[in-house]
Design a protein around this ligand. Structure first.
Ligand SMILES: [Ca+2]
Ligand SMILES: [Ca+2]
Length: 179
């Protein structure tokens, strides 16, 4: 069984994408977000196509579970079933999810995410307050303005997979402060 702590974190993650707070995420939201992501990065046509395809793969597979519209409770049910049928596979799935999005943020492919990369990703999902966006990035302890992709993958994968509420979770603290 997935415990209440983990389920509450899945809800936090889902709510991140449900900007209008109507309890669901749909294909139209994906279209808006991926376009915004490409526009803010000023991609050329080829870069734009690759990034938009990856963005779609990310949302379709991991956020929307192959549906064109998904509610928070449906999302939690999909997560719960996958978690309870094979925990190891579920953890792998969440890592893949985070690797996909963190590599998407690393636009120049040097294995590092800059504050600007991070702000663009946040803004693509309508988190437009740069003060907040910068606070999240600074919480990752950047060195010379950059954080390794791996660090961010670990933090977000842990959010989505770790049931131990006794360990402090940086992202839970940020979600509680800012969302
Ligand atoms: Ca929504
Ligand atoms: Ca980079």
């Amino acid at each position: 069984m997935a415990n209440d702590f983990l389920v509450s974190k899945w809800k936090m993650w889902f709510s991140w994408f449900d900007h209008n707070k109507d309890g669901k995420v749909c294909t139209a939201d994906l279209e808006t977000s991926r376009n915004r992501f490409a526009t803010l990065h000023h991609f050329n046509a080829e870069q734009k196509k690759t990034a938009m395809d990856t963005y779609t793969k990310w949302w379709s597979e991991y956020l929307m579970w192959g549906q064109s519209e998904i509610t928070e409770s449906e999302f939690v049910e999909y997560q719960r079933k996958a978690y309870e049928s094979d925990k190891e596979m579920f953890v792998k799935r969440m890592w893949k999810n985070e690797e996909l999005v963190c590599n998407l943020m690393d636009t120049d492919g040097d294995g590092m995410i800059t504050e600007e990369d991070h702000i663009v990703m946040f803004k693509s999902t309508e988190h437009n307050d740069e003060t907040v966006d910068r606070r999240w990035f600074q919480a990752y302890n950047p060195v010379n303005g950059k954080v390794p992709v791996k660090t961010v993958v670990e933090l977000w994968s842990r959010l989505l997979t770790d049931e131990d509420s006794s360990k402090p979770d940086l992202l839970v603290q940020l979600f509680q402060t800012d969302t």
